[in-house]
Design a binder for this molecule. Structure first.
Ligand code: F1X
Length: 346
């Protein structure tokens, strides 16, 4: 029987060190920081933290030595990770945040993993996937990892019955879809840059023309992806389902403090809504509300449900500016919500 558990694999975890700048970053010279905070990070780790912060059951799987600070940092947050031991320390990624919300990331490459470590991680994920609702494969792959490893993992997990979400970029993203339907996840969460690179079009063209974005999403469905959650930063997100559903959502106005982890929190919000049995429009609303709440928090902090306001998110059936779809507002779900509300033909 499947439970509401979410298993996340972060093959390239990080300690996220957030450095608060007193003003806009100027290269050269000495910058006296206002603050410096370290949190456990990496995309899958962030998803697990947000799910756990909402009272959900999350199992973060990652490569890390027993005494690595990331293990203690997660345990302190009530989220002891499942680890596969490695010799080197987990990488540190730096975030520079300016007072106007401008966020600059400096990510280290990470620790190369041996074939044995990869096999042990795959076994750990498969073990915990059985009986879980979702497995999330998230983030970059460490140096030297075959680009098609995520595709291989998707195929490996298929017979467990778990639903699989992937959030990655560059070669691992391309390889995921190059391997045919066996590598295709149930849910893919690209941002506009990633979708544009997959589609081979400039990002500006994809953002400027809904028809281009919809064509790119349709290709993903043809390749076997059931749900595409396209995140658009401050412009919200779009959800497309293989059965023809299409919704878009805009976040409320917020003061951005750090965009780090906002995409991960969007994914966590989507999964939490799914675990609660919410229909697609509501899953999108929760995703955007979580992403927006995350961006209003400092560093890599993840929001608690009390900091998330779904009613402030405007959800439309369809996609504005697209001739192929009409749009209409979807009200927040009430007790009598029709699960098919907002479904439109494409
Ligand atoms: O280098 P990757 O794996 O692409 O991204 C890693 C990372 O930037 O992603 C998270 C935010 O999404 C941070 O916690 C972490 O530092």
């Amino acid at each position: 029987m499947s439970t509401g558990r979410v298993v996340t694999l972060t093959a390239n975890p990080s300690l996220d060190r957030t450095l608060s700048l007193p003003g806009p970053l100027r290269e050269g010279g000495v910058v006296r920081l206002l603050d410096a905070v370290t949190e456990p990070g990496g995309k899958g780790v962030n998803v697990a933290r947000a799910v756990a912060a909402a009272g959900g059951e999350a199992v973060p799987v990652l490569p890390a030595a027993e005494h690595d600070p990331i293990v203690a940092a997660l345990a302190e947050r009530g989220l002891p990770p499942v680890t596969v031991p490695v010799d080197a320390p987990v990488r540190t990624n730096y975030t520079l945040t300016a007072p106007d919300g401008t966020t600059t990331k400096l990510n280290e490459p990470g620790i190369p993993l041996t074939a044995q470590t990869r096999a042990a991680l795959a076994r750990a994920v498969r073990l915990h996937a059985s009986g879980s609702r979702w497995v999330v494969l998230s983030g970059s792959l460490p140096p030297g990892t075959p680009a098609d490893w995520y595709a291989e993992l998707v195929a490996l997990l298929r017979d467990t019955g778990v639903r699989i979400a992937v959030d990655t970029s560059d070669d691992p993203l391309r390889a995921l879809l190059a391997g045919g339907r066996s590598g295709a996840p149930d849910l893919l969460k690209p941002n506009s840059e990633e979708l544009a690179s997959l589609a081979g079009v400039p990002e500006a063209e994809l953002l400027g023309d809904p028809a281009v974005a919809l064509a790119a999403v349709r290709v993903l469905h043809e390749q076997g992806v059931s749900e595409v959650l396209l995140t658009l930063g401050g412009d919200g997100a779009v959800l497309s389902t293989a059965d023809g559903g299409l919704w878009s959502a805009r976040p409320p106005e917020i003061t951005v403090r750090s965009t780090v982890g906002a995409g991960d929190c969007s994914l966590a919000g989507y999964l939490l809504a799914d675990l609660a049995g919410a229909p697609p429009a509501e899953r999108l609303r929760t995703a955007v509300a979580y992403g927006s709440a995350s961006a209003s928090l400092p560093g890599s902090a993840v929001p608690t449900p009390a900091q998330v306001d779904g009613s402030a998110v405007r959800v439309l059936a369809g996609m504005p500016g697209s001739e192929a779809t009409s749009t209409s507002a979807v009200p927040p779900a009430g007790p009598n919500t029709d699960p098919a509300a907002g479904r439109v033909a494409r």
